[in-house]
Unconditional design. Structure first.
Length: 297
């Protein structure tokens, strides 16, 4: 076992399974854990009254479940197995959970309808809004890199308060944020959100750009674009510095005037010829803290 999520630890404990890093879980208890997870899911979507364990998992108000639905669809990673779009295992419980869910659907009766999107469907989120970012303080090169869609947002805790910025601290913060969101494999572009503080001198811009480039090395080595989103008005300067001074060969999109948060996704549209501005769609997922997974109510 290489990784243990807190939610996984909770479900394991409920069936008497002890999880330890580096150890192989008991196969029978692991099956019991999967059945427990699938059972709680179906309690939430089918029962008019929930038990305490199922209620503790809710992030929103419970469903009324007044009658059985005629059709049901799925999204997220497990849906790839439910719809037989994926057969390879990735060292997690995805395939086993899909089998347990399918068995319950067959017994329950609703037909399974295919969805246009599976693993990407959940990034649409609970809300979204569109803004237009001014063309006067942004940098996009080449213009053909746009549009970009469904780019996950990373918000590292960057040490930008000091007059002299430390490249190593900046790169370390970026790598830590990527690991936190399981985006450190470099397989997809990310939008790095920063809050610029202090002056925009050459030395500070140089340290910032080099630190960001080092932290995003896995992404940039694959030729993916560097996407930077700031809340101030230095996006253009940072983009130019990355291209002219840091000599990054990657496509660069550096925009500002936007504040984002983790679990956001953004679409960045093509440049508007009349103004040089770009339309940006921000998609946010809402996770009320009062109903976090595993929290006792």
């Amino acid at each position: 076992m290489k990784r243990i999520e807190e939610a996984g630890r909770r479900f394991a404990t409920e069936v008497g399974l002890v999880l330890e890093m580096g150890a192989k879980p008991d196969a029978l208890l692991l099956d019991a854990m999967v059945e427990r997870m699938a059972g709680l899911l179906f309690e939430v979507i089918s029962k008019p009254v929930l038990g305490a364990d199922a209620s503790a998992l809710l992030r929103l108000d419970p469903l009324r479940n007044e009658r059985r639905p005629e059709a049901i669809t799925f999204s997220g990673g497990v849906s790839e197995y439910i719809y037989a779009r994926e057969s390879e295992g990735f060292g997690d419980l995805g395939p086993a959970l899909a089998r347990a869910i399918l068995a319950r659907i067959d017994a329950w009766g609703p037909r399974i309808e295919p969805s246009d999107e599976g693993i990407r469907a959940t990034v649409i989120g609970a809300s979204q809004y569109t803004i237009q970012v001014s063309g006067s303080t942004i940098f996009v090169a080449p213009h053909s890199v746009l549009p970009l869609r469904n780019v996950p947002v990373v918000t590292p805790d960057l040490p930008l308060e000091d007059e002299r910025l430390a490249v190593e601290r900046i790169s370390g913060s970026v790598r830590a944020a990527l690991r936190r969101l399981d985006l450190d494999d470099g397989e997809r572009a990310v939008a790095l959100c920063y809050r610029w503080k202090g002056s925009a001198t050459f030395a500070r811009l140089e340290a910032f750009c080099r630190g960001i480039a080092a932290g995003l090395a896995n992404v940039l080595e694959r030729g993916l674009p560097l996407i930077l989103v700031g809340d101030g008005d230095v996006g253009g300067l940072i983009g130019i510095h990355c291209r002219e001074e840091t000599r990054l060969p990657n496509p660069i999109v550096s925009i500002d005037g936007i504040a984002l948060k983790e679990f956001d996704f953004i679409d960045i549209g093509a440049l508007l010829e009349t103004s040089g501005a770009v339309p940006v769609v921000i998609k946010s997922l809402v996770f009320p803290g009062s109903a976090a997974v595993g929290r006792v109510k």
